[in-house]
Ligand binder design. Structure first.
Ligand SMILES: C[S@@+](CC[C@H](N)C(=O)[O-])C[C@H]1O[C@@H](n2cnc3c(N)ncnc32)[C@H](O)[C@@H]1O
Length: 343
């Protein structure tokens, strides 16, 4: 298959090894892989209780297949639980990928355990094909630094800081959340958005060999990337296609006069990541101005056309409106009595 014949904006049903084998070399700018973790999870068409050696051998096969289709300047993120993190990190080195970050996603709303400490994190390896040439859009992921938030320190970089490698602001997607889709083990959309904005550009191809509920494709479509996702379950593929179609409807997301659904979605994500409660944020025009600059920089990386800048006044109005309607996400800093419902 030539690059011109690439299946773009598609979610394909089948074994990722077979489908990847049919793709041309170096065609994907960003790969996000969230495979089954071999922990006995119940999937529609996959047995998640493989022998240790078999799981490791299979992991080597799909990681190699992904590495072949990864662009020379591409990035590959691999999510994995504790049990196989060490093995997958070594496979990454063996196949020639360079690790830029060993990220840890620490999530709230973990599941209870009876006789051991509750699981509350996964590992996400951020690999690149070439350690010297890769996309990293720092302006699209920056958040306010403590110097800006706590100390009003004039030495602070006005653009804010790049987030740490431990990601603590994205809760696990629970059944009550607005973004909850049908399908297995869904990652949060805001987490995928951080990865996609940072490591790809609008119009780039984002590939996901383990589509599941379709989170990667959904967010890639929201952010004006091309997507190609694969899942062995035809049922999951069907549901993921519906999810992507829904996210692209003009009626999707929150509506507010003057802001598009994408602008609203990114505003809510920025609010969640900056962790400044609405009352404090709105009381300080300086914060609103910094917030607005960050949002405009992010939005510039979310579309192939240059968006018009949004003013601080419109941002303040939108935040006020979202707060009044109880539509802002719960922050770790919120007092329990003041918490809005999870989204
Ligand atoms: C952890 S889930 C992915 C969840 C996804 N990241 C999301 O946010 O919705 C892993 C998925 O891999 C799929 N899978 C397992 N083996 C596969 C294979 N050989 N080829 C393609 N998909 C496979 C499973 O059906 C499952 O949907």
């Amino acid at each position: 298959m030539s690059t011109e014949q690439l299946p773009l904006d598609k979610i394909m049903a089948g074994d990722c090894l077979k489908i990847l084998a049919g793709l041309p070399d170096s065609c994907a700018d960003l790969i996000v892989a969230d495979p089954p973790y071999n922990i006995g999870y119940k999937y529609d068409r996959y047995n998640d209780s493989q022998k240790h050696e078999d799981y490791c051998a299979w992991s080597g096969q799909w990681m190699r297949a992904c590495q072949r289709v990864l662009a020379d300047t591409g990035s590959m993120y691999v999510a994995i639980g504790d049990d196989y993190a060490a093995e997958l990190r070594i496979i990454g080195r063996e196949i020639g990928l360079t690790l830029r970050n060993w990220l840890v996603w620490h999530y709230t709303f973990g599941q209870n355990t009876k006789n051991k400490f509750a699981r509350s994190h996964i590992h996400i390896f951020y690999f690149v094909a070439d350690p010297k040439e890769f996309t990293f859009n720092d302006d699209s992921v920056r958040i306010l630094s403590d110097r800006q938030k706590q100390y009003a320190d004039k030495r602070a970089n006005p653009a804010g800081k790049i987030p740490d490698d431990t990601w603590v602001v994205f809760p696990r997607v629970c059944g009550t959340f607005g973004e909850r889709a049908e399908g297995p083990n869904q990652l949060p959309e805001a987490l995928l958005a951080r990865i996609i904005r940072a490591s790809s550009n609008p119009g780039n191809l984002v590939l996901d060999p383990f589509c599941g509920a379709g989170t990667t494709a959904t967010v890639a479509a929201q952010l004006d990337r091309r997507y190609l996702s694969i899942d062995i379950s035809a049922e999951y593929v069907h549901k993921a296609r519906l999810r992507v179609a829904n996210t692209l409807k003009p009626t999707a997301g929150y509506k507010l006069d003057g802001l598009s659904p994408l602008e609203m979605t990114e505003l809510i994500r920025l609010y969640q990541e900056n962790e400044i409660p609405a009352g404090r944020l709105l009381a300080k025009p300086h914060f609103v101005a910094l917030f607005t600059e960050q949002l405009n920089r992010r939005l510039a990386k979310c579309s192939q056309t240059q968006p018009a800048a949004i003013s601080p006044e419109r941002i303040a109005l939108a935040l006020q409106c979202l707060a009044t309607k109880n539509l802002l996400p719960v922050l770790r800093t919120d007092q329990p009595s003041l918490r809005s419902r999870p989204r």
